[in-house]
Ligand binder design. Structure first.
Ligand SMILES: Cc1cc2nc3c(=O)[nH]c(=O)nc-3n(C[C@H](O)[C@H](O)[C@H](O)COP(=O)(O)OP(=O)(O)OC[C@H]3O[C@@H](n4cnc5c(N)ncnc54)[C@H](O)[C@@H]3O)c2cc1C
Ligand SMILES: *[C@@H]1O[C@H](CO)[C@@H](O)[C@H](O)[C@H]1NC(C)=O
Ligand SMILES: *[C@@H]1O[C@H](CO)[C@@H](O)[C@H](O)[C@H]1NC(C)=O
Ligand SMILES: *[C@@H]1O[C@H](CO)[C@@H](O)[C@H](O)[C@H]1NC(C)=O
Ligand SMILES: *[C@@H]1O[C@H](CO)[C@@H](O)[C@H](O)[C@H]1NC(C)=O
Ligand SMILES: *[C@@H]1O[C@H](CO)[C@@H](O)[C@H](O)[C@H]1NC(C)=O
Ligand SMILES: *[C@@H]1O[C@H](CO)[C@@H](O)[C@H](O)[C@H]1NC(C)=O
Ligand SMILES: *[C@@H]1O[C@H](CO)[C@@H](O)[C@H](O)[C@H]1NC(C)=O
Length: 479
């Protein structure tokens, strides 16, 4: 007897009882009502589900852990369509194969970054690159270009050497460096638009220890001077993150007060063999007692990123994160900060708490939809990108303040995008418009050709994908 899969049971349950499932992202700012939450047991069950839903043309949104800002990971709301709309999670796909012979790890789409990090550490292995938080699903993180900091280091997706993906009809494609290396450049960062990735293979490295050095610097409102100094420091340190300047909301003056100091950390390999001590203070994420001069030693994963218990900030926040050629960094950071200050008068609202500007770097790559793709880069430039992030942090979860800060966040791209060849972080309120996307991602037509093959009936798209990627073919996906 064939055991009916969980997915099929859920679909049946829906038909009989009219169940619904409301999706929320991590801070409840993005939501949608779907018909059901489907979590198939294995790849075969996913394929079967897709195969059946293809006939109906159902809307399907595959999700990771919802750790994003903005509407990339949003299902088609039930109220907008006569078709069924599903949230699909591959959380049950938990196979794992570690191959030390060729330093590769193959794992199912259910693996979260933190669990995978622990597994690698237990096997004396490490990632080539990692973000500062590990709360994401690995496929979800890779699919939007998640990254850490390092001028000779790529983003998380750059370590992917192969994957298995199901198209909307449930057909499997195996894509790797030997078997269609060109398409791998499309699938490494696929924004959930090219099908359901069931498995990934990444290149790993032997783990190693690093020394982390944290320094306190004096802030100055002469931003040009401050950011020129930071630009010089990035020439000295390959792997560095700058946390600051910090501004605190002054309720009396209704203005942002610049904190007197900020800090930076840089990492370098070490042969120090004594006790590990970076996890005593989880400052990888700017949380903890960070603004002080100290050094620590640790295994690289634990030194550059923090596990969930190291994440201090769970409040509502608005955020922008922009990538631009490092040659433009000092001037751009100055102009971003001055633009923010010119807009402060409209931020008058309760519940503002702190504003933090962060600075990182990343090596460019050839992934089609990568924010650090080098396809439109002037060859005179180095191919290293600077990353400017601004976080507006609230002390209380108030939607009015959040929306207001997000409105402002959206304005940085129109202001600076063209001047500095800026590419926004996917899943961090990226929108500009399809014209802009085409300009900054010259391989978009190739990406969309694959999207058409993988999703001929436009079942995987949503408002974000159709409008931001300009998928004209899917303009009427709701009808
Ligand atoms: C508090 C916080 C801290 C963060 N820190 C960093 C950081 O340090 N560095 C950084 O670069 N980013 C950071 N981010 C951004 C974050 O890494 C990305 O938004 C990431 O995409 C979230 O992963 P997720 O699994 O939670 O995402 P989701 O939003 O659930 O998914 C992301 C995308 O992946 C797609 N997807 C998921 N699973 C599959 C699958 N199996 N097959 C095909 N597509 C799939 C989804 O459809 C969606 O398009 C942070 C975000 C937050 C909220
Ligand atoms: C997300 O989509 C909803 C509905 O389309 C819209 O009201 C909201 O402003 C969007 N949010 C963001 C951050 O884009
Ligand atoms: C790595 O080795 C494993 C086990 O021998 C093998 O199955 C796999 O195909 C190899 N992968 C690559 C990318 O060579
Ligand atoms: C910061 O300023 C203080 C005095 O206010 C000074 O003692 C210190 O050396 C300065 N630090 C740096 C890194 O310039
Ligand atoms: C970590 O250990 C080193 C070596 O003993 C020491 O110099 C350093 O101060 C320690 N750092 C912390 C944060 O405890
Ligand atoms: C940025 O700053 C430079 C130098 O201060 C100035 O000339 C330029 O007009 C500014 N550009 C933008 C887009 O604000
Ligand atoms: C959120 O803040 C606004 C003012 O900006 C206020 O009108 C509203 O009542 C607040 N909401 C909550 C739930 O506190
Ligand atoms: C598209 O976005 C870019 C960057 O924000 C902006 O400069 C341009 O004016 C926009 N074009 C349209 C047609 O809205």
């Amino acid at each position: 007897m064939v055991r009916p899969s969980l997915a099929i049971l859920l679909v049946l349950a829906h038909a009989v009882f009219g169940t619904a499932y409301r999706w929320f992202n991590w801070q409840y700012e993005v939501t949608c009502e779907s018909d059901a939450y489907i979590a198939p047991d294995d790849e075969e069950a996913v394929a079967k589900f897709l195969h059946e839903q293809f006939v109906e043309g159902s809307h399907i949104k595959v999700v990771g852990n919802g750790h994003g800002f903005g509407n990339l990971t949003q299902c088609v709301d039930q109220t907008l369509t006569k078709k069924q709309s599903y949230i699909v999670s591959l959380t049950n796909l938990k196979e794992l194969h570690i191959h030390k012979n060729n330093m590769t790890v193959t794992f199912g789409a259910g693996w979260d970054v933190n669990d995978l990090a622990e597994e690698l550490k237990a096997n004396d292995l490490s990632f080539n690159s990692l973000g500062v938080e590990r709360v994401q699903n690995f496929v979800g993180a890779a699919s939007t270009g998640t990254h850490g900091s390092g001028s000779s280091m790529g983003n998380i997706a750059s370590q992917i050497i192969g994957l298995r993906v199901l198209d909307s009809q449930g057909n499997l494609r195996v894509i790797n460096e030997k078997n269609n290396a060109e398409e791998l450049k499309a699938f490494r960062i696929s924004l959930g638009a090219l099908g359901l990735i069931t498995e990934m293979t990444i290149k790993v490295i032997p783990t190693y220890r690093v020394k982390k050095t944290t320094k306190v610097l004096n802030a100055t409102s002469d931003y040009s001077k401050m950011y020129s100094q930071i630009a010089e420091l990035y020439k000295e340190h390959d792997r560095m993150t700058v946390w600051g300047p910090h501004f605190d909301w002054n309720a009396e003056t209704q203005d942002w007060d610049l904190e007197a100091t900020y800090f930076l950390s840089y990492w370098e390999p070490t042969d120090y063999a004594g006790a590990s001590n970076c996890t005593l203070n989880y400052c990888a994420n700017g949380c903890g007692d960070c603004k002080k001069e100290y050094i620590c030693y640790d295994e690289v994963i634990d030194s550059v990123s923090c596990p969930p218990q190291g994440v201090c900030n769970r409040e509502f926040y608005a955020e922008i994160e922009h990538f631009l050629p490092i040659e433009y960094y000092a001037e751009a950071a100055t102009n971003y900060t001055l633009f923010q200050q010119s807009q402060t008068p409209r931020m008058k609202a309760p519940y503002n708490q702190q504003m933090v500007i962060q600075h990182r770097t990343l090596k460019g790559d050839d992934t089609y939809m990568s924010p650090v793709n080098t396809y439109n880069l002037d060859p005179k430039l180095s191919g290293v990108f600077a990353i400017i992030e601004i976080d507006w942090i609230q002390e209380y979860d108030n939607f009015t303040t959040l929306w207001q800060n997000q409105e402002l966040a959206f304005e940085f791209l129109p202001q600076f995008g063209e001047t500095y060849n800026v590419r926004p972080h996917w899943n961090k309120m990226s929108p500009a418009n399809a014209t802009y996307t085409q300009e900054k991602f010259p391989k978009l037509p190739e990406f969309l050709a694959i999207q058409q093959r993988q999703d001929p009936k436009c079942q995987f798209v949503n408002e974000f994908l159709v409008s931001q990627l300009g998928i004209a073919r899917c303009a009427r996906y709701l009808s």
